[in-house]
Write a protein that binds this ligand. Structure first.
Ligand code: ADP
Length: 203
């Protein structure tokens, strides 16, 4: 099973690329969904957070009080680290379980949709990293258009992430999304026909 890590920067076009592969019925693991699942009520993840930070970070209905937790870790670097390490472990476990499930189904390709693929070193467990790349200039423009941000707001969001140019050196495949949607589609078709579709032939 080919494990593809798909990443990008904010507004680089990762969701657009993923929807192309979803149309091809390639299964994927969404790290954002996993990150929410591992702290649902009744999970060991939520219990670990309760042990670390106490009852004040749990709502009366048993769900995680993200705001209260945010308040604590915002001012305390050590606690933020503790939280990240704890959550990271549970996310990892869940991703491993999902991976084993797809492997047992003899799925030829699995995509990992992980925004912080490089920052979190998730690529170490994957076969190949595909980066959806745009120049910083295009990135600002697309983010402003998509979210209705001012240039200043868009730049602030982009600057809080690892620069997309720094991500290039980790990528095995760079999907250049500076052009039109059609240009993007041409590249995706190429990847589909040359890299992915052949993997389906034996099943
Ligand atoms: P991400 O998931 O990386 O944050 P999106 O896939 O949401 O990025 O793309 C960001 C925005 O840019 C969206 O509004 C999307 O429709 C638009 N977009 C993506 N690719 C192109 C393209 N090649 N040309 C024009 N607009 C694009």
């Amino acid at each position: 099973m080919l494990k593809i890590g798909l990443t990008g920067g904010i507004a680089s076009g990762k969701s657009t690329v993923l929807s192309y592969f979803k149309d091809k019925h390639i299964p994927f693991i969404d790290a954002d969904v996993v990150a929410r699942e591992v702290v649902e009520p009744g999970t060991p993840g939520l219990e670990a957070i309760r042990d670390l930070f106490g009852e004040s970070v749990i709502h009366h209905d048993g769900t995680l009080n993200r705001e209260a937790l945010g308040q604590i870790v915002f001012y305390d670097e050590e606690k933020r680290q503790q939280l990240n390490t704890c959550i990271h472990g549970f996310i990892r476990q869940r991703i491993d379980t999902l991976t084993a499930h797809y492997e047992s189904q003899l799925v030829p390709v699995l995509i990992y949709d992980i925004p912080l693929l490089i920052e979190g070193k998730w690529y170490e467990h994957l076969d190949t990293v595909w980066l959806v790349y745009v120049s910083p200039k295009v990135q600002v423009q697309r983010l402003m258009e998509r979210n209705g941000y001012s240039k200043q707001d868009a730049l602030a969001r982009i600057d809080s992430q690892m620069p997309i140019d720094d991500k290039k050196s980790y990528a095995d495949v760079i999907i250049d999304n500076n052009g039109s949607i059609q240009d993007l589609k041409t590249q995706l078709e190429q990847l589909w026909y040359t890299v992915l579709k052949p993997l389906y032939i034996d099943i």
